[in-house]
Design a protein around this ligand. Sequence first.
Ligand SMILES: Nc1ncnc2c1ncn2[C@@H]1O[C@H](COP(=O)(O)OP(=O)(O)OP(=O)(O)O)[C@@H](O)[C@H]1O
Length: 244
Amino acid sequence: MLDVRDLKKSFAGFLAVSDVSFSLLPRSIMAIIGPNGAGKSTLFNLITGHIQPTSGRVFHKGTDITAAAPHRICRRGIGRSFQHTNIFPGLTVFECIQAAFIAHHRRGSDFWGRAERLYRPETEALLERLGLADKADLLAGALSHGNQKQIELGIALASDPDILLLDEPTAGMSATETRETIDLLRSIAEERGLTLLFTEHDMEVVFSIAERIGVLHQGRLIAQGKPDEIRADAEVRRVYLGGH
Ligand SMILES: Nc1ncnc2c1ncn2[C@@H]1O[C@H](COP(=O)(O)OP(=O)(O)OP(=O)(O)O)[C@@H](O)[C@H]1O
């Protein structure tokens, strides 16, 4: 589904990502973990075309997508949600998701169509699935942080991705919201046959949902493998996991 080969990004001589290689099988769930500044966001930005690599390649289903424009990569089926929520606070929850459907289907410039009539059933179904149906008419900006992250997940799902990149999907959530979000992600991924790649600082989240884990340290992927293998890896324990 995704093949990252020898990816490298240098910022004025500083190697933020260094020779990173890994592959994602269809329907797999992989976490990228590592301390602050390890290069996780840079790696995601390289995959989604938001920054250009110094060298290395990214393949999506066998096609080289290295350095393609972000909207093209999104349209190919690589969706993303960000660490800091990226919603329109002045729109209702319904309008946020509806706008994402409209944007994905490029209907925004449809002069004769009334935007508010478009994609209503799709929007309603997705809100229902996210557990946000009862909040559809509330302003997105007035919702809890956890609900706003769910809206963001909905915006990413509206583009019907086959891979979803999630940057700290449970950051800032309460324990209950975190548990609900993990359950939601797992079940939506299964239903839609999604491949998930996510970063996360909460090790409980990582070890409860990831089938594979990659550990970034100073830009290098120092280990990758199944959760048990990562837990037992001496170098990973030394640089990152500590007591986990
Ligand atoms: N545009 C940039 N110019 C220069 N240095 C950068 C740039 N973007 C990131 N870096 C540096 O690259 C390194 C990796 O940063 P990155 O944000 O990818 O780490 P991260 O693992 O996502 O951290 P966090 O967990 O805090 O989000 C850091 O040292 C950062 O200062």
